[in-house]
Every structure is written in structure tokens, then in C-alpha cells.
Design a protein around this ligand. Structure first.
Ligand code: CTP
Ligand code: CA
Length: 223
């Protein structure tokens, strides 16, 4: 009798992934948002599932196809995203903040459409909670991965975010490059971790990038 074994390093582990840009409503027909297709997050969900994880994908996307076997939680705002993560955080082995979370939201949401007038209009924005930094201050053994989409000074900003948010890994991409970042199927990233040399992943599919990010995380996680 031949016993076949499949090595699934994330079996019996929960991986929580956020994806997409949050939408912060101004009124019933308007909102502010961030560029982000959600593709990187969905590729990560796919890759984590293939490694045997129980995957929870918290997403703002209304168009991308959820990979089979992945549990989807649909959200719109940063506050909803934060609440959804809080419900999963304790049991999570890995949390990946691939979402583009809006840094600000309108100070209140008008429940009726705002009509135009002859005057200028001023919108007051209040700060959203930094979800990744909050998780960083609360974590026990969760391996916390953040992203940083930058247009300049990539290394400096990414290292700063790693430290300030108490993340275990920051995946940085230079979105000024034509083949990296928003709504593309390819990406090129640099992985930053504490006390480690940066790891550069040259341009390849988001799926391949996702697999490599998880492979690196696995080498660094407490067993
Ligand atoms: N993030 C978050 N909550 C926020 C803002 C950002 O969890 N309110 C997360 C993002 O999901 C990402 C990481 O923090 O994983 C870095 O986001 P980024 O926008 O690059 O950094 P910020 O700290 O918001 O700084 P800035 O936008 O000024 O570059
Ligand atoms: Ca931001």
C-alpha cells in the first residue's frame, strides 16, 4: 500500500487577508476611495488556500472572483474592515493587510444627496484608525504583513512603516513603475523584515509574487 502525503504547511492555520480600496461615503451617491483593484489580495488568498490554510478574505471588491474554498467577508469602509478583522484576529496565524485603507473619511455621511450651490464646498475629513498599527500593538504570535505602495523613497518609507506599525513584514512596491501595482496582473516588490536584508522579487505575476511572499513568511514564523 502506497501512502501519499501532501505537505500543506498552513494546514489547520487561519490566514486573514484584506483586499481592495476602502470606500468612504460622502452621501448616497458619492465617496472617496484609494486606487486598488484587490488583485494582490486575491492572489494571496489563492496561494494561502493552496498551502492548506483556512482563508478569510475581507474585501471591498465587487468584481473579482473569490477563489474556491475561501471565506469572503464583504466590506466597504475602513471601519467595517477593522471590525471584520477584529472578529478573526485572535485565531489568525497570519494577517495580511493588502487593502488600500483610506487614511481619512468624511466627518459625517449625509443621508440625502448633497445638492450643489453657487458657493465653494469644503469637505472635512477625519482620520481613520490605522488598522495595521493597531493590530501590531495587539498581536501575540500572529505574523503581521503590511503593504506599502510608494511613488518615491520606497526603502525609507517601507522601513519606517515596518517599525512604526510593529509589522513582521512590509511588502513594498513602487507604483510609479508601469508593470507594478494598481490593477496590473504583474508586480515587482521588495520584502522588508526586521534584522534582514531586503528581498527583491523582480517583475512576475501577482500569483507568483503571492506564493513567494508566503514562502518567505513561512521561513520566519514561529512554528
Ligand atoms: N493601513 C491600515 N490602516 C490604515 C492605513 C493603512 O491598516 N488606516 C495599512 C495598509 O493596509 C498597508 C499599510 O498600512 O498594509 C501601509 O499603508 P500605507 O497607506 O502605505 O501607509 P500609511 O501608514 O497610511 O502612510 P502613507 O499613506 O502616508 O504613506
Ligand atoms: Ca495611507
Amino acid at each position: 500500500l502506497i501512502k501519499k502525503e501532501t505537505y500543506l504547511p498552513l494546514k489547520n492555520k487561519k490566514v486573514v487577508i484584506t483586499a481592495g480600496g476602502t470606500k468612504e461615503r460622502i452621501d448616497p451617491v458619492r465617496y472617496i476611495t484609494n486606487d486598488s483593484s484587490g488583485k494582490m489580495g486575491y492572489s494571496l488568498a489563492h496561494a494561502a488556500r493552496d498551502l492548506g490554510a483556512e482563508v478569510c478574505l475581507i474585501s471591498t471588491s465587487k468584481t473579482l472572483k473569490t477563489p474556491y474554498g475561501v471565506a469572503l467577508v464583504s466590506v466597504e469602509t475602513a471601519e467595517q474592515m477593522h471590525q471584520a478583522i477584529n472578529a478573526e484576529f485572535k485565531e489568525a496565524a497570519i494577517v495580511i493587510m493588502a487593502a488600500a485603507v483610506s487614511d481619512y473619511r468624511p466627518d459625517h455621511v449625509a443621508n440625502k444627496k448633497i445638492k450643489k450651490s453657487e458657493q465653494e464646498m469644503t469637505l472635512t475629513l477625519v482620520k481613520n484608525t490605522d488598522i495595521l498599527a493597531t493590530l501590531g500593538s495587539q498581536k501575540n504570535d500572529q505574523f503581521l504583513i503590511g503593504f506599502a505602495a510608494e511613488t518615491h523613497n520606497v526603502e525609507e518609507y517601507a522601513q519606517g512603516k515596518l517599525k512604526k506599525k510593529n509589522a513582521d513584514m512590509i511588502v513594498a512596491n513602487d507604483v510609479s513603475k508601469p508593470y507594478a501595482g494598481f490593477n496590473k496582473d504583474t508586480n515587482e516588490v521588495t520584502i522588508f523584515m526586521k534584522d534582514e536584508q531586503p528581498i527583491e522579487l523582480k517583475v512576475k505575476s501577482k500569483q507568483a509574487i503571492a506564493e513567494e511572499i508566503l514562502a518567505v513568511a513561512l521561513t520566519k514564523m514561529k512554528k
